[in-house]
Design a binder for this molecule. Structure first.
Ligand code: ADP
Length: 595
């Protein structure tokens, strides 16, 4: 969880990890790239040696008035080698594209495996969102790593080939020129660290900027942005975040420029020194003219390749720092099963859920949302939670369903702590249920996706939720895409969506059903009809019903009244009315409205 310091060592290890990651993502691509690399190195050596032969033949042919034909074999060989080098490079670039995508895919897969396996509470923690954002950013860097790695290898192959060629011409200059790598690499590495730190520090601001980008570009926000005339307001905040980012970037980039230029100058000085030494050797006849000419060209080539290699290496060390974020995140231990065990509906045991002195606070919240709450829902019971907004009803329901862990006290299912086997035994209609961009039948069917082909079951669930007639009347009936996100999508009214969500929970056919304001968008009569049906449909199971409408909880076997995270009253409707406390007061208030 703890973010490690960007200055922590380990870049070589991270690079090794990156190579391993790329290897796992695409073995064939990697193998081809390495083979092409080796071929390139050999070809560069050959090119240098052929060039030397060519130049010395030329130097011999000129005074002897030789014919072009004498030089033809060398020219042809050089052309062949050059063509082969080009082909090797092209194959490499081609494989590199595919490998980059493979890495991206593997990286995304692993990040999503973690986001699927963390407890729900992680999503209430801004640090977690920063981590997710950073690891996704790192994943987007993976192709950059691959490309930089491949560029580095290409440059190194050429440089090593050139160096071997130089040594073959019998010179001690090669090791000197290798020094070019030092300043360039140092500058690039420094640049990498600074930019990485910059990106890391700006993650929260970047997330806010993305949030505003979404607010100004997605359908969910569009209507409210227009109705409240918010575009200018959000745009100004977004502009400020961009300004800050660009200003910080420019200032960093400006400072880094000095080091880069300095490194270039030092590199150029080293190459010039090597060339001067070469001239001296030629003048003192310690080296043939042909050798000197080709060596000069090779030294320049070597210097260039090495500078490219060093800069790629520096870029890589920056990317490697991102890779650390990715590895840290992808390496988090799984805290939830990959998918809760789904037992066939018939085989699911009934569930008695209990909360014993449960207290709970959301991450970062000052006040606890629940304080020492105890309640039980037994098989065959309909238990209701009532209370004002924010009194903790939803939170209690989520704890009973095992979505959150209590801070104190405990939740038990059939007498023991929640087990992975029983996680699939709950069906919840959340207050903020999802409106999946899926065909209507799938929108219901994902209630238990392993039984998706059960069309008759989907229709039964829809009928029970009162969604059948409307769904059948859609342009393509149950096959109609819901929500306007994709072509042919049809949007529903809030009440219709709510019935689809309810049908989804019914299709789940779970022994424990939690309904959090499942009928908030329905009128009183529709709600009453639905409750009569629910009661019959869910007979024998455990039902926890949350509602702010007192008329709908009246029939419950037991009613718990919540206030500021505590249960303040409980009993049947008649008992609570007779008690004349909070419930009696609120019931009277609502009843009076309908009279
Ligand atoms: P109810 O369902 O009775 O309206 P909730 O259980 O949703 O109440 O909320 C109880 C308290 O917990 C409220 O004060 C609410 O602001 C807070 N709360 C709810 N969800 C979260 C969350 N994800 N993160 C932080 N606080 C939350």
């Amino acid at each position: 969880m703890k973010p490690s310091q960007p200055s922590a060592p380990g870049v070589p290890r991270l690079l090794a990890e990156s190579v391993r990651l790329a290897w796992r993502a695409g073995r064939r691509e990697m193998a081809v790239m390495v083979a092409m690399q080796i071929a390139s190195t050999v070809l560069v050596v050959a090119a240098v040696l052929i060039a030397r032969d060519l130049v010395s033949s030329l130097l011999a042919a000129v005074p002897a008035n030789g014919a072009v034909g004498e030089l033809l074999p060398d020219v042809a060989a050089l052309a062949g080698v050059t063509a082969a080098l080009g082909a090797a490079s092209a194959i490499q670039v081609n494989r590199q594209r595919v490998l980059a995508e493979l890495c991206l895919r593997r990286g995304e897969d692993r990040v999503l495996a973690v986001t699927a396996a963390v407890p729900l509470a992680a999503f209430d923690d801004p640090d977690f969102h920063d981590e997710v954002e950073r690891s996704l950013q790192a994943v987007r860097q993976l192709p950059v790593v691959v490309i930089a790695l491949s560029g580095l290898l290409r440059a190194l192959a050429a440089a090593v080939g050139a160096a071997i060629g130089l040594v073959a011409i019998n010179l001690l200059l090669a090791p000197v020129v290798l020094l070019v790598v030092v300043p360039a690499w140092l500058a690039a590495r420094r640049r990498g660290r600074v930019f990485y730190r910059f990106a890391r520090e700006l993650t929260p601001a970047d997330r806010e900027r993305h949030y505003l980008l979404n607010a100004l570009s997605t359908r969910e926000a569009a209507q409210e942005v227009r109705a409240y005339g918010l575009d200018g307001f959000f745009a100004a905040r977004r502009a400020r975040l961009w300004d800050e980012r660009i200003a910080a970037l420019s200032s960093i980039a400006g400072r880094q420029l000095r080091f880069t230029v300095l490194a270039e100058l030092v590199g150029a000085a080293i190459v010039s020194g090597a060339l001067l030494a070469l001239v001296a050797l030629a003048l003192s006849h310690d080296i043939s003219l042909a050798g000197a000419g080709v060596a000069a060209a090779t030294i320049i080539l070597l210097g260039q390749r090495l500078a490219v290699a060093a800069s790629s290496a520096g870029g890589l060390s920056e990317s490697a720092l991102y890779v650390r974020d990715y590895l840290e995140f992808a390496g988090r231990p799984r805290e939830l099963p990959a998918e809760p065990a789904t037992i066939s509906a018939e085989a699911q045991p009934l569930i008695r859920a209990r909360a014993e002195n449960v207290s709970f606070a959301y991450s970062g919240a000052v006040e606890p949302a629940l304080r020492e709450v105890s309640l039980e829902v037994a098989p065959g019971e309909v238990v209701a939670l009532v209370g004002e907004n924010g009194s903790g009803k939803t939170t209690l329901a989520k704890l009973l369903a095992g979505l959150y862990e209590p801070g104190a006290g405990r939740v038990t299912w059939n007498g023991v702590s929640p087990t992975d086997e029983l996680r699939g035994s709950f069906a919840v209609v959340f207050q903020d249920y999802m409106r999946w961009a899926l065909p209507a039948r799938d929108n219901i069917g994902v209630g238990r996706h392993d039984r998706l082909p059960d069309d008759a079951g989907v229709v039964r669930a829809a009928r029970a939720a009162g969604a059948h007639t409307d769904t059948e009347a859609l342009p393509d009936g149950y096959a109609t895409m819901l929500g306007p996100a994709f072509a042919g999508g049809v949007d529903l009214s809030v009440g219709q969506w709510q019935r689809i969500a309810l049908a989804r929970a019914f299709f789940r056919d779970a022994p424990f059903v939690i309904l959090d304001e499942p009928t908030a968008a329905l009128d009183a009569r529709a709600e009453h009809d639905l409750f009569v049906r629910i009661r019959k449909l869910l007979e024998g199971r455990s039902v926890l019903l949350i509602s702010h409408r007192f008329s709908s909880v009246r029939e419950a076997d037991r009613i718990y009244v919540m206030e500021r995270g505590e249960i303040v009253e409980s009993g049947t409707h008649d008992e609570l009315v007779a008690l004349g406390g909070r419930y009696g007061e609120m019931f009277e208030l609502q009843a009076a409205r309908y009279r």
